[in-house]
Design a protein around this ligand. Sequence first.
Ligand SMILES: N[C@@H](CCC(=O)N[C@@H](CS)C(=O)NCC(=O)O)C(=O)O
Length: 206
Amino acid sequence: MKIYDIENFVNPARVRIALAEKNATDKVEFIEVDVMNGEHRTEAYKAKNPDATVPFAELECGTYISQCNAIIEYIDGEFKGPSLIGNTAKQRAITQMMNIRAEAGLVDAIGAYFHHATPGLGPHLETYQNEDWGLKKKETAQDTMRYLDSVLANSDYLAGEEFSMADITAFAGLIFADFAKVDIPKELTHLSSWHQRVASRPSCAG
Ligand SMILES: N[C@@H](CCC(=O)N[C@@H](CS)C(=O)NCC(=O)O)C(=O)O
């Protein structure tokens, strides 16, 4: 499998953490995409990934898979190790529910803040900005942090007692928050201690 991405970007980090959790990082080939020069918006790139985003995967058979959730689901099934998506119907449903909340409420909301209410990736790539929308989504992100804190008051991880894809997504969201200077409110002690615990996992520490 090949992963087209760029190191140190938030969504690529989600897939890289999932691969590390499955001890599979050295089983894939990484191909760097020149995002800052707009390679991901070329017609050649969009023929492989119409979303014009990183990351995406190319399987041995030539199939392309984009969207982190889909890529991680594939990784989870393809490589051994504890499941990141859940073993029972109930676990899978709860993991997916929490994952979507973390994705929409943190990764995507902070992304909207970053791209709309800050210089984002710079004038060359940020061809449309709506500052009000960006600021509104910053509020969404902070509301989501409060919600996740309330969940973590009652469980070790976001989908229960096992680390899952939902934790990876939320952790990536907090990487983005840190980068975009959106603080975790100090009173959210459950979220902060979860954050430290997850950050100390070998998959997340690199
Ligand atoms: N929902 C997508 C989001 C991917 C995404 O937005 N990736 C960012 C990098 S972290 C990107 O490609 N940005 C390019 C741009 O904004 O032009 C996924 O899960 O893969």
